[in-house]
Ligand binder design. Structure first.
Ligand SMILES: [Zn+2]
Length: 442
């Protein structure tokens, strides 16, 4: 009824609201108790419409109030009026009512506008309604962030009455400054943490620093400082930035991987793995920069040169390296691929391919004029008699040995050296044409 009267007044603003009201109420045959409430609503909305329109205009900057449909405008005014001036109607009821009324037109827009209006009216307080509201992050965010901190709002305590929820995004490398990738990543996690907390879960949302990294040493040399100092200064700066973002971390749980109180556990795990033969040493080929005096990851080699020293060609060094025997767990991980509910099939397939389990046999080929044997793994031993040659990878330990003192020695070693410098992924990729040279051995 009230909507109909307000809608009518939109067309004929000079009509007397109470007269229009009586007319429409009669046609509805409404009882007096309902009339009373509707009369109050209409009188209120109509007399305060200037004030209400200001709130609505602030809440939906992209819409102009004079360009809304009359129905939308009337619904909005009614809901905002109830929210601001009728304290015994909860905002949720006004909102539901408005959405119900607006369903045939633009319910989602009305919902968001009303929600905004609720926020704005709460912030301003009713008497300040007419003032222009401005969002002041320095004032508002710092106020609430210090309130959260002083009240230990995000501290996670043991509480068996609540369901546990552990949320860890990832620990950043303390490079010195938070970048927009961090902001994006940690904002997504924070939204989840806050949502789960609101759902009544006991949320543990920690933060820490992946603080052992090769760049630390080089940065320290460049800045003429100690790597520890450089690292801890960076952590302090980045922590301040994360705090200013207002993320809901329990900072009492902070870990820093270069702290002895953290890495003693890594060392313990490593020793346990070593004792059980799961950590072992093996010679392997690594990328080496003479200027950095360090090993480089494949991603740090750019067009054959060091990423930090474009004038220094990366050499391939054979070095002792530590390996973890993850193949030992291939079967177990594979079995568990079938026990991951809700995982996309695509990801499960990638996981299976990565584990790369295949059934086959190791064939041992004896070498002519030598005691050496070359072992080849094949899944197709039935095709063995069709084999015409076999290839050794450039890093194969036999390569140097079997060409020693032979006419092919120089050509083979040069080829191996050149191939080893190629990107390992590209070298073995399907689309790369395969090259090789004859070793002279059979
Ligand atoms: Zn370098």
């Amino acid at each position: 009824m009230a909507l109909q009267v307000l809608f009518h007044l939109e067309f004929s603003p000079d009509d007397d609201p109470s007269e229009a009201f009586d007319l429409i109420c009669d046609s509805f045959g409404a009882p007096e108790s309902v009339r009373e409430f509707a009369r109050m609503l209409i009188a209120g909305v109509w007399s305060k419409r200037g004030e209400l329109d200001k709130v609505i205009a602030q809440a939906s900057r992209n819409w102009r109030i004079d360009r809304m449909t009359r129905v939308d405008r009337s619904i909005l005014r009614m809901a905002v009026f109830e929210m601001m001036f009728v304290p015994d109607i909860p905002a949720k009821v006004s909102l539901d009512e408005a959405v119900e009324l607006g369903k045939r037109s633009t319910a989602s827009w009305i919902t968001s506008t009303i929600r905004q209006s609720t926020r704005i009216s709460r912030r301003l307080g009713r008497e300040k309604m007419a003032n222009n509201a401005r969002y002041n992050p320095q004032e508002l965010e710092l106020k609430w962030q210090s309130f959260w901190e002083n009240n230990n709002l995000f501290k996670c305590k043991e509480d068996t009455s609540k369901e546990k929820y552990y949320l860890l995004e990832m620990f950043p490398y303390p490079s010195g400054k938070i970048h927009i990738g961090h902001v994006r990543n940690y904002t997504i996690g924070d939204v989840v943490a806050r949502y789960k907390r609101m759902c009544g879960k006991n949320v543990l949302h920690p933060m820490g620093w992946d603080a052992f990294g090769m760049p630390a040493e080089n940065a320290a040399i460049e800045n003429n400082t100690h790597p520890a100092r450089w690292t801890y200064d960076n952590i302090a700066a980045m922590k301040a930035q994360l705090k200013r973002m207002g993320f809901s971390y329990d900072w009492d749980r902070e870990v820093t991987t270069c702290n002895p109180d953290y890495y003693r556990w890594e060392q313990l795990i490593f020793l346990k793995m070593y004792e059980r033969g799961l950590a072992y040493k093996k010679k392997t080929f690594v990328n080496w920069c003479d200027k950095c005096q360090t090993v480089l990851a494949n991603e740090q080699v750019e067009e054959g040169c060091c990423w930090r020293h474009p004038d220094v060609e990366v050499s391939i060094k054979e070095m002792d390296s530590w390996f973890l025997k993850i193949t030992h767990y291939a079967e177990e991980i594979l079995d568990h691929c079938d026990k991951l509910p809700g995982w996309p099939e695509r990801v499960i397939t990638m996981q299976r391919n990565w584990i790369g389990k295949s059934h086959g046999a190791i064939i041992r080929f004896p070498m002519v004029q030598s005691d050496e044997v070359i072992e080849v793994f094949t899944t197709r031993q039935d095709t063995l008699f069709g084999a015409t040659f076999m290839c050794l990878a450039p890093e194969h330990p036999l390569v140097k040995q079997i060409v020693r003192g032979r006419p092919q020695e120089r050509e083979v070693l040069e080829f191996a050296d050149r191939t080893l410098k190629m990107d390992r992924f590209l070298r073995t990729a399907e689309f790369t044409a395969k090259e090789g040279v004859f070793t002279g051995r059979h």
